[in-house]
Design a protein around this ligand. Structure first.
Ligand code: GDP
Length: 317
C-alpha cells in the first residue's frame, strides 16, 4: 500500500493505519470506538484452504469468532444504526456443489475447516442483520486474483513459478490437482462490487463471480503462453508432466524444448477437495448493474507480466 500511504505528520492525513487483530476483542472494540466508521469491510481471515487443515482451530478463531467479535463490538458501542458491515464470504461455502452454477439460493456444503468457519461467519452476519436491524451483508466471492495474490494460491504460484523457470531461477513447478475447476475473476472488479453492496437502500447478500470456469491446467497453459512457452502434457495421475514443446520470443531464455517444467506432487492434494466452482452473478448484474471488466485471461497476462519483471530483476542479481 506504499502508493496510498500518507505520512502521519503531513497536515490532513486522511489515511490512518491501526494495529488490529481479529482474535483480540478489546483491540477491535477500541479501534471502532476511536474511528466511529460508516463502513466496515471484514476481509480479515486465515484464508488458505490447505493451511486450514493444518491449523483448524486458529482458522475458526479468526474467521468465525473474529467476525462475531466485530459484529458484537459494533453492537456494544451502539453503532448499529451508523456502521454498515460487509462480510467477505466465499464460494468455498458451496464446496461439494449441490447445484451448478452456484447462486445465492444454492445450499452450502463446506469441505474444509476454512469453509466451515466461513459458514459460521456468513450466518452470524445474517443473524445480526435480522436480530438487530444492522446493515450487514455477505459478498459470496468466487476466487479473485491479481498480481498481489499470495504466492501459495494456485494462480500466483503458477505465474511466479513459470516466470522464475523462464529465467533459470527454479527448475520445476510442483502442483496438486490440476483438473480442479474454478471461476476466477480480477480482485479490482470484485472490490468495486463490495463497495456497491454497501451503497444500497437495504442490505442483501450477493454472489460475485464471472460466470465462466477454467481448469488449473488451462491457467498453466495460458501463463506459459504469455512467456512464449508452449507445453505438452503427458502421463496421467501423479505421473503426469508438462514439457516444453516449443519456445517463441525472448521471455524464457533459460528453457529449451524437451525441458520438464511441471510435475504433480501429492502433498498439494487436499484431504477433501472442492473439484468445481462456477458462480452465477445474475443478481449482482441485474440489481447493482455490476459486470466484471477484466477477463480471466487478461488477468493471467497481467499477473505473468508482473512476475516476469520481478524474475528478470532477480536473475540479474
Ligand atoms: P481455493 O479455491 O480457495 O482453494 O484457492 P487455491 O488457489 O488455493 O486453489 C485452487 C485450486 O487449485 C484448488 O482446487 C487446489 O486443489 C488446486 N491446486 C492444484 N495445485 C495446487 C497447488 O500447488 N497449490 C494450491 N494452492 N492449489 C492447488
Amino acid at each position: 500500500m506504499d502508493h496510498i500511504y500518507q505520512d502521519p505528520h503531513v497536515d490532513n492525513a486522511s489515511f490512518k493505519l491501526h494495529y488490529g487483530d481479529l482474535t483480540d476483542t478489546s483491540n477491535l472494540t477500541r479501534i471502532l470506538q476511536e474511528v466511529q466508521p460508516d463502513e466496515v469491510y471484514n476481509l480479515g481471515a486465515q484464508s488458505h484452504v490447505a493451511v486450514s487443515f493444518e491449523a483448524p482451530e486458529y482458522t475458526a478463531d479468526v474467521d468465525a469468532i473474529g467476525t462475531l467479535r466485530l459484529l458484537e463490538a459494533i453492537r456494544f458501542l451502539g453503532l448499529e444504526e451508523k456502521t454498515k458491515f460487509y462480510q467477505a464470504s466465499t464460494s468455498e461455502l458451496y464446496g461439494l456443489v449441490q447445484e451448478t452454477p452456484q447462486r445465492e439460493t444454492t445450499p452450502f456444503y463446506p469441505r474444509s475447516p476454512y469453509a466451515v468457519a466461513k459458514m459460521y461467519a456468513f450466518w452470524i452476519t445474517v443473524n445480526y442483520r435480522e436480530a438487530y436491524g444492522m446493515y450487514a451483508c455477505n459478498g459470496i466471492l468466487f476466487n479473485h486474483e491479481s498480481p498481489r495474490r499470495g504466492e501459495t494460491f494456485v494462480t500466483r504460484k503458477i505465474t511466479r513459478g513459470l516466470a522464475n523457470l523462464a529465467q533459470g531461477l527454479e527448475s520445476c513447478l510442483y502442483l496438486g490437482n490440476i483438473d480442479a475447476l474454478r471461476d476466477w475473476g480480477h480482485a479490482k472488479d470484485y472490490v468495486r462490487m463490495q463497495w456497491l453492496m454497501l451503497q444500497q437502500e437495504a442490505p442483501e447478500d450477493f454472489v460475485i463471480a464471472t460466470g465462466l470456469q477454467y481448469s488449473v491446467r488451462q491457467f498453466v497453459e495460458w501463463s506459459a503462453a504469455e512467456l512464449g512457452i508452449y507445453l505438452e502434457f503427458s502421463g496421467s495421475g501423479v505421473e503426469e508432466i508438462a514439457t516444453v514443446a516449443a519456445i517463441e520470443g525472448d521471455k524464457a531464455p533459460a528453457l529449451k524444448p524437451g525441458d520438464v517444467v511441471l510435475r504433480i506432487d501429492p502433498r498439494y492434494f487436499r484431504p477433501a477437495e472442492v473439484e468445481t466452482l462456477l458462480g452465477d452473478p445474475s443478481k449482482a448484474k441485474s440489481k447493482l448493474g455490476w459486470a466484471p471488466e477484466i477477463s480471466t485471461q487478461e488477468m493471467c497476462a497481467e499477473m505473468v507480466a508482473e512476475d516476469l519483471k520481478t524474475s528478470r530483476r532477480h536473475a540479474l542479481l
